[in-house]
Design a binder for this molecule. Structure first.
Ligand code: AGP
Length: 594
């Protein structure tokens, strides 16, 4: 959460900082601010979005500066709590992404020593610690300050009359964009895409000293070499391309995302990762960990792997796994994370590795922390996903899971060939869903006034129901619950009635009859039913109030087409309700705090 940026070069810093911050708002957007070295340090910040701050600013001289867009952890969103934070002299400014666990103690110490802290944030202790240790050497002071800190951080430090930026990271992402007589620092790639495609990914424990002409990376005071990479994403990938929202653009990109992701796997002509485990794989099975939407992909992965490979799969929230009493006994695990920066997932990877487990990460972000600490990384090729609501990354994760499982499949060879062929046809099927967008919009209109909803599915489409409900909640603020269809009558039936619609995901598999019966039972309790049903299904139309027809696919691929329908449904409901779709309240794209 929170995005930070830094610029040092020959151009005016503030337009670049604000532009870059705008690209990082998916990481947090409850307040923002910049500090520019112009004579002394000038700070402009408020509890507003970047665009509003931009409007309020008059031109500032100064070619070096830092910026921050916030997702509050300590202290409510307000001007005083917005970053950058300064020391007592106002000569040192700091932006920070992460959490300082021992800030309370540090704050008391600093206050006792005469420092005056004015915000409620954990971050404010950092500039004051730097002030305390500063004896003419900024790097040394930052190094000493960081020694006092327990927690996670990516920071950029700006000091008056020091013609450099000092950046450091531990458990929070930070990259350097390398330019021509200018350099950039940012939490993530989209912030620098407008300016450069040359990037250095900092490692945990690195400190970078950045001037307009030089980037020096140090560890424990000694210089270390960090290689420069080329960013494969381009500027257009991170723009709206005429769509009203990033979310809609990203939903529409999915046929291409499927193609790009599969093309890469197919071209590699080998399994995406070695799923075979030492010992008896059939006994031990596989563990998959993830959070949020990626967790729903993991649950679908369970069905895919169990169906194709016939081995047991255990799926857990990374956040729960980290506190479970069970030792990480498995010797192979998969973690799924779009950003590769989710704190709970990173912690789980470390825990797994400490227990001797080999970790395969499925991630969308090259150079992300997950990709660097896992033993093996399987990349999805969804391109930058800007909207807080995950859509295309989810579908790309499913592609990775299919491709991981297929080489180990125990289904007969003819069936396997058919599945691979059908997998490659999925872009066409998803395009058919997108072509049906107006029908989905119409259904969205019918349900957008309700305040409570259920989503039901069975088997491999149960996680699709969970994902549909999550999408709806996060962008439309309607309370929605995903349920295994058979479980509704074990309690939630008490909530059914004419003001509680149910969205039923009906698949043409062995769950069909059961879910049809379920729909009849729900209708008998007066709940309006919106059903997703396969082409040619004659039955559902006579039962449900509305039906969205989805293209026929093998049941194992039905989560792909059904999920796209539910993404569009959530999108149009939220649009109908006038919600800020790409930036839902209280949320941030990557949850980099526990
Ligand atoms: C879903 O729309 C959310 N944005 C959220 O649940 C997200 O999937 C979750 O935070 C996990 O993120 P990750 O895939 O980057 O680890």
């Amino acid at each position: 959460m929170c995005g930070i940026v830094g610029y040092i070069g020959e151009k005016k810093a503030h337009p670049i900082l604000l532009n870059s911050l705008g690209k990082l708002e998916y990481r947090g957007y409850d307040s923002c601010g910049i500090a520019v070295a112009a004579g002394g340090i000038k700070v402009y910040k408020d509890a507003v979005r970047v665009k509003a701050l931009q409007k309020a600013l008059s031109p500032i001289d100064g070619t070096t500066g830092i910026g921050h867009t916030r997702w509050a952890t300590h202290g409510e969103p307000s001007r005083v709590n917005a970053h950058p934070h300064c020391d007592c002299t106002g000569r040192i400014a700091v932006v920070h992404n992460g959490v300082i666990n021992n800030y309370h103690t540090l704050r008391e110490q600093l206050t006792g020593e005469g420092h005056i802290l004015s915000s409620h944030t954990d971050t404010e202790v950092i500039p004051h610690l730097i002030e305390k240790y500063y004896e003419g050497d900024l790097e040394k002071a930052v190094e000493l300050a960081l020694r006092d800190i327990e927690g996670s951080y990516a920071i950029i430090v700006l000091m008056a009359d020091e013609y450099k930026l000092v950046a450091a990271r531990k458990d929070s992402p930070l990259i350097i964009g390398v330019g021509d007589r200018e350099n950039f620092i940012a939490s993530d790639v989209p912030a620098i895409l407008d300016y450069t495609s040359r990037v250095i990914y900092l490692e945990d424990g690195d400190m970078a000293v950045v001037t307009a002409g030089k980037v020096e990376v140090k560890r424990d005071g000694a210089q270390v070499a960090r290689k420069e990479d080329k960013i494969l994403w381009n500027v257009e990938d991170a723009q709206k391309a005429g769509y009203e929202h990033f979310m809609l653009k990203e939903i529409h990109e999915q046929p291409k995302v499927i193609r790009d992701t599969l093309t890469e796997y197919i071209a590699a002509a080998e399994p995406a990762a070695d799923l075979a485990v030492a010992g008896d794989m059939s006994l031990e099975g596989i563990l998959i960990l993830a959070c949020g939407t990626s967790y729903h992909a993991a649950l679908i992965g369970k069905y895919i792997i169990e169906e194709l490979i016939k081995i047991p799969v255990r799926v857990e929230f990374a956040s729960e796994y980290n506190y479970s009493g069970l030792a990480p006994a498995r010797n192979k695990a998969i973690v799924i994370t779009q950003s590769g920066e989710t704190a709970d997932v990173l912690r789980a990877i470390k825990r797994l590795k400490e227990g001797g487990c080999q970790v395969i990460a499925i991630t969308n972000v090259v150079g992300s922390t997950a990709s660097r600490i896992a033993d093996r990384t399987v990349y999805t090729r969804a391109g930058p996903e800007i909207s807080v609501a995950a859509t295309k990354s989810f579908v790309a994760q499913l592609m990775a899971l299919y491709w991981l499982a297929l080489p180990y499949s125990r289904v007969d060879i003819r069936k396997l060939d058919d599945l691979i062929m059908e997998l490659r046809q999925l872009p066409i099927k998803v395009q058919q869903v997108l072509d049906n967008e107006m029908a989905i919009l119409e259904c969205a209109r019918q349900i957008s006034d309700f305040e409570n909803m259920f989503y039901i599915g069975r088997g491999i489409n149960y996680p699709v129901a969970l994902e549909g409900a999550l999408k709806l909640k996060e962008i439309s603020y309607i309370h929605a619950e995903g349920y295994a269809a058979g479980e509704l009558k074990h309690g939630p039936f008490a909530l059914l009635g004419s003001r509680t619609p149910v969205v039923a995901v009906v698949a043409q598999d062995n769950t069909y009859e059961a879910i049809v019966t379920g729909i009849k039972e729900i209708k008998a309790r007066q709940s309006p039913v919106l059903a997703l049903a396969g082409e040619g299904d004659e039955t559902i139309g006579g039962l449900a109030d509305s039906v969205i027809t989805v293209p026929q696919v093998d049941p194992i691929f039905s989560p792909v087409v059904n999920a796209v329908v539910l993404q569009l449904l959530a999108y149009y409901v939220a649009r109908q309700r006038g919600c800020p779709i790409d930036f839902p309240r209280n949320l941030a794209k990557s949850v980099t705090v526990e």
